[in-house]
Write a new protein. Structure first.
Lengths: 178, 137, 651
């Protein structure tokens, strides 16, 4: 009988633990974002051609020129990317240097997008097969990375930038510059 | 089955399935193209079946039409073609996305119970069986 | 009006469930009590009322009564009738009503038919059934009312997701639900027997057919769901160890273990507490599965839309019922003697191994499914998938199969190795030969290799219990066991053969190109657009030929639905006795070529044939046992009559 009682207590314990876990998880907001594990690490090596006639392409060397930058991962076919365009411009007006990688995009589409929604970028790399996106651990568009002057990733913002994110990203940039 | 139930859920919860905007780019060269060497292709396939599609609901990149899954397949195949070891490719992805990207949990500080508990279960099974048998009159 | 009738019927059944519970409580105290006499009628009437409520829901869906909120948000006047009806359960509220209905009908059936157990035990059982039912009535009526009216009637409904408009899908959920909820009977019997300290062989015999019936539906449901995923997802996979799949597998594992332990209890009066425990666990797994799916804590994609209130409600029910059952168990476990001991080499010894292994597999599936949830609480995200479940599950599954070969051959109580030596040797020999042949002529990874050998061995061994018996006179339930075990071997063979010998070809093909995959030659003749009622598609017209055989058509489509906008891949399956050719067409490349995906999957169909054989074996067994029961009842009746006649004669 002691065997049965022991087994029973184990089952009761496990069940109670599970219920606790479920209750806890029910109260937690569920985010489906996959965070990059590259935050805090050096940008990997890459050299992308220009995605638009209006701006040069983007290579690793461009990200280690001493000035911290925002790296915006976007695409002309992505609706939230259009939604965040005004806030990227606001960031640029506040002195942020923004470079971009266009994912799976044709130059003419990128050009049209930039004409409509504005072009706050200094450089735009063309990533047709999501190579750079994969190598920095980004899992969707839009995402925005903060890169310090030495080419190290210091912060990742997933999803479109909204008004409330602007001061936060400026602060991250400032910290990256320090 | 999974898709079925998630569909029922999607419908029951009055949520349209997420309509993602489609890009117009052709898939990456090796997304839908097998490697010529069957041995290399087999290596790539085995690896792809154990990598998670980050944009899908629990599917491996080998089971998905998502463009990002296609790009990941291209990465895997092109790296295999370049002579990289499958486990090195997995490590490369884990370095970027964490353990989440790999369906094969490795023993680590966060996953050891996944391996300890089955061993414990095995021990308990053996113990229960032995004790029930020995106590026979 | 119809909707109101449904709602009233539902409230009345809830009231009857309350009455049933009260009566049962009185009945357990004193089975002569007046109110206890109401328990069985209450249960039967409840079944009737729930059926009326369910028919009312079907009715409002059939006539597309858009003033009912559920209809407006899930249906559309221009759908085919069959999908209007299936729309009734293709949503949360409707499926919960189906849940309640199955539960009430099962409870009513026990109340009407089951007279073999002591009345007090039956009272406790029906009381438990009513108690569990009440929680779900509360859930349905308070938070998920399916008959809610809209203030303003919309002109048209929202429609049903086009992908749900599939004939297989229409009947898949009810099948699974009957299985899930049918297990509530096992739960109630277990609680009833425990409360009244009547854990007897008779209890096991009474419970067994009910569990068997639920288990048959569960088996069919899982098999059909797997086939659906296989042809609908477009990449040839048939099991992904996805949380939602696991949620359906766990009750099945528990129910399978329960069926086997119940036969030990029925035949040998052993494994009493264990059987009770499994009865509780089986239905707990059904509820857990429902919780995981409905609360959305595991499936992240749709999580944002999930009502946390519903999740909390179901969690509350889980805690109440599982916690309650465990409490009863803790209080009463000591009063139930464990029953007889037995020898290693005996039927019950083998069944104990089966139970331990199935429970361990259940534990592993549970662990692997919930582990990501656990680490998420610590902000670590991990994925557990096939590379974990397959080998770890196999550690317990493969030895279990070995025992499955031997078990049915053994006698109860004790047996000698000599008696079963020959049949076991034949089966093992065949299995070993298979292993050697596969090893010599094919390059196969270890798990499929072992699976192939074991499936042959188990397949042969499964009919060995018939050796030396008159095939006609062997009981139907023995045939059922043999067929079900054979089904396991067939399914395992299909799984192993598919993993071991599958051939894959992914190509970009021009019209006129010839593609070879395994023994097949496929010619792409044309790609042309076709239009359906609510979709358009590009259809590839492909001629396929096996070896030198005749040409057969394969017409896969890449479909675009427009409401809601969604793309699906409609695969073409060309079936031979020894496997299937699986053809899917993807997008057009910029150079005009079409993406074709072809798989030659040897013996893949055996997976589902096996599943159906398992269910068929269960059905044979069920019919056999019911027939035996009827005969026994008849004999008892005749015996009584004769005794009465004798008594009269003497008088």
């Amino acid at each position: 009988m002691t065997g049965v009682r022991w087994g029973l207590w184990i089952i009761v314990g496990v069940t109670a633990g599970l219920f606790g876990l479920f209750a806890y998880q029910l109260t937690q907001p569920k985010d489906e974002f996959v965070e990059s594990a590259m935050v805090g690490k050096q940008m990997p090596d890459f050299d992308l051609p220009a995605a638009s006639a209006t701006r040069p392409g983007l290579a690793t060397g461009d990200l280690a020129d001493g000035t911290p930058k925002l790296l915006n991962v976007f695409a002309s076919w992505c609706i939230p990317c259009a939604a965040e365009a005004p806030y990227l411009e606001e960031l640029e007006r506040n002195g942020a240097q923004i470079v971009a990688v266009a994912i799976r995009d044709k130059p003419e589409d990128v050009d049209r997008f930039l004409t409509i929604y504005g072009n706050p970028f200094t450089r735009i790399g063309r990533d047709d097969i999501s190579e750079v996106q994969l190598s920095i651990g980004s899992s969707g568009v839009p995402e925005t990375f903060v890169i310090d002057g030495k080419g190290r990733i210091t912060h990742q913002h997933i999803g479109d930038i909204r008004a409330e994110h602007v001061p936060m990203l400026l602060r991250e940039l400032k910290e990256a510059g320090a | 089955m999974k898709k079925l139930i998630s569909l029922i859920m999607a419908v029951s919860l009055l949520t349209p399935l997420p309509v993602t905007a489609q890009d117009t780019m052709p898939p990456a060269p090796l997304a839908y193209q097998q490697l010529d060497d069957p041995a290399q292709e087999a290596e790539a396939r085995d690896l792809m079946h154990t990598l998670r599609c980050l944009k899908c609901q629990s599917q491996s990149i080998a089971d998905s039409d998502a463009p990002m899954a296609g790009d990941m397949r291209h990465q895997v195949r092109s790296r295999i073609l370049a002579g990289e070891e499958p486990e090195a490719i997995r490590a490369w992805l884990v370095e970027r996305y964490g353990d989440y990207v790999s369906y094969t949990p490795t023993v680590s500080s966060t996953t050891w119970p996944l391996f300890a508990i089955p061993v414990l279960l095995l021990a308990i099974c053996g113990f229960v069986f032995a004790s029930r048998m020995r106590r026979r009159s | 009006m119809i909707a109101e009738i449904g709602l009233i019927a539902l409230w009345l059944s809830a009231a009857l469930a309350a009455l049933q519970l009260l009566g049962a409580v009185a009945g357990v105290r004193d089975d002569k009590s007046d109110i206890a006499a109401l328990v069985r009628p209450a249960a039967s009437l409840q079944a009737l009322l729930c059926a009326i409520a369910f028919v009312a829901l079907l009715w409002v869906f059939a006539i597309t009564d858009l003033s009912v909120k559920l209809v407006a948000s899930n249906s559309h006047s221009l759908k085919p009738m069959i999908f209007k009806l299936s729309g009734a359960w293709g949503n949360h509220e409707g499926s919960m009503l189906l849940w309640i209905t199955v539960m009430a009908v099962a409870g009513g059936a026990i109340a009407l038919l089951e007279r073999r157990l002591p009345e007090k035990t039956m009272m406790a059982t029906l009381g438990a059934q009513a108690f569990v039912g009440l929680g779900f009535y509360a859930f349905l009526l308070l938070s998920s009312n399916p008959f809610e009216r809209l203030v303003e009637t919309p002109i048209e409904g929202n429609g049903l997701n086009p992908l749900l408009q599939d004939i297989g899908l229409a009947f898949h959920p009810p099948t699974l639900y009957i299985g899930y909820v049918g297990l509530s009977v096992a739960f109630s019997f277990a609680v009833g027997a425990l409360l009244t300290k009547q854990v007897t062989p008779e209890f096991a015999r009474v419970m067994r057919p009910w569990v068997l019936a639920a288990w048959i539906f569960l088996t069919i449901g899982i098999t059909a769901g797997s086939y659906w995923a296989y042809y609908e997802l477009g990449w040839g996979g048939w099991w992904f160890w996805d949380p939602v799949e696991n949620a359906s597998l766990m009750p099945w594992l528990a129910a399978t273990a329960l069926l086997h332990s119940a036969s030990v209890l029925a035949a040998r009066d052993a494994l009493r507490t264990w059987t009770i425990m499994l009865g509780v666990i089986a239905f707990s797994m059904s509820m857990l599965g429902t919780f995981l799916v409905r609360s959305g804590i595991l499936t992240s994609v749709h999580a944002f839309a999930v009502d946390p209130e519903r999740g909390s409600f179901i969690l509350g029910l889980l805690i109440l019922y599982i916690g309650g059952a465990l409490a009863v168990f803790a209080l009463r476990a000591n009063t139930v003697a464990e029953g007889k001991r037995f020898a290693l080499l005996s039927r019950e010894g083998a069944l104990v191994v089966n139970n331990i292994a199935l429970s361990a597999i259940l534990g592993i599936v549970l662990l692997g499914t919930l582990y990501p949830l656990l680490t998420e609480a610590f902000d670590v995200r991990v994925s557990v998938g096939p590379p974990y479940f397959n080998p770890v599950g196999a550690i317990f599954f493969l030895p279990m199969l070995l025992v499955m070969m031997v078990g049915p051959l053994l006698r109860w109580r004790m047996d000698s190795p000599g008696r079963i030596q020959l049949p076991v040797m034949i089966a093992l020999g065949a299995g070993f030969a298979t292993l050697v042949l596969v090893f010599l002529f094919a390059d196969v990874t270890i798990l499929p290799w072992l699976g192939l050998g074991l499936s042959i061995a188990v397949g042969i061994a499964s009919f060995m219990p018939m050796r030396g018996r008159s095939l006609r006179r062997a009981p139907l339930s023995t045939w059922g066991m043999c067929v079900a075990h054979f089904g396991v071997a067939v399914a395992l063979f299909g799984m192993s053969a598919d993993s071991a010998f599958q051939q894959e070809r992914l190509v970009a093909a021009d019209v006129g190109d010839v593609v070879e995959v395994g023994p097949w030659t496929a010619t792409l003749d044309a790609v042309a657009p076709v239009a359906g009622p609510n979709w358009t598609a590009m259809q590839a017209n492909i001629r396929v030929r096996h070896g030198d055989g005749r040409d057969r058509p394969a017409k896969p489509q890449s479909r675009s639905f427009w409401s809601p906008a969604q793309e699906t891949s409609e695969v073409a399956l060309v079936t031979r006795w020894n496997g299937q050719l699986y053809v899917a067409v993807g997008n057009q490349a910029p150079d005009g070529r079409w993406q074709l995906r072809l798989w030659w999957k040897p013996f893949v169909t055996f997976i589902w044939y096996g599943g159906l054989l398992i269910a068929f074996g269960g059905a044979l067994s069920l019919v056999g046992r019911l027939a035996t029961d009827l005969r026994r009842r008849e004999a008892v009746r005749k015996g009584n009559e004769r005794r009465q006649d004798m008594a009269e004669l003497h008088a």
